[in-house]
Design a protein around this ligand. Structure first.
Ligand code: CA2
Length: 149
């Protein structure tokens, strides 16, 4: 069974609690439940994490080298600053998909340019919490295609 590590960066634990006009009313726990439901449907094994600490996220990305075949990551505020996370992602051999709940391209200039994006396979943004489910579905399609190729 393919394994997917889902990583969430700083402040995403506040989803659904603060700023629902930008990030919506869905909580991170509800996003986790949606991911678990989709993963069951697709036959994928997932682990789901949130951290407010850059080093902890780097440790998790490094752990994925052994523990996961793909990473879905919402780096949140670290999207715009973290070269350490870019370096860790580059050392991971599997597929990485970056997800943002909001459309970062429609935001102010500080929220527009993710330094992570050039190191990942694909970026999903602006689709709300569905972006995580879409990322799982995309991975499942990739692995299906790889099997039949
Ligand atoms: O849209 C996304 O998923 C973001 O990664 C969320 C980040 C933001 O810096 C990115 O530009 C886009 C912020 C996450 C903070 O989440 C909060 C949720 C509720 C209240 C306050 C912050």
């Amino acid at each position: 069974m393919n394994r997917v590590m889902i990583l969430n960066g700083p402040n995403l634990n506040l989803l659904g609690v603060r700023e629902p006009d930008i990030y919506g009313a869905t909580t991170l726990d509800e996003i986790k439940q949606n991911c678990e439901r989709e993963a069951n449907k697709l036959g994928l094994a997932i682990s789901f994490h949130q951290s407010n600490h850059e080093g902890e996220l780097v440790d998790l990305i490094q752990a994925a080298r052994q523990d996961a075949d793909a990473i879905i990551i919402n780096p949140a505020g670290y999207s715009f600053t973290s070269i350490a996370m870019v370096d860790a992602i580059k050392a991971f051999d599997g597929v990485v998909i970056e997800v943002h709940i909001s459309n970062i391209h429609a935001r102010d200039e500080h929220h527009r340019h993710s330094v992570i994006s050039h190191a990942v396979r694909g970026v999903i943004c602006g689709l709300g919490p569905y972006g995580y489910v879409a990322a799982l579905s995309a991975l499942s399609e990739m692995w299906k295609e790889a099997k039949t190729a």
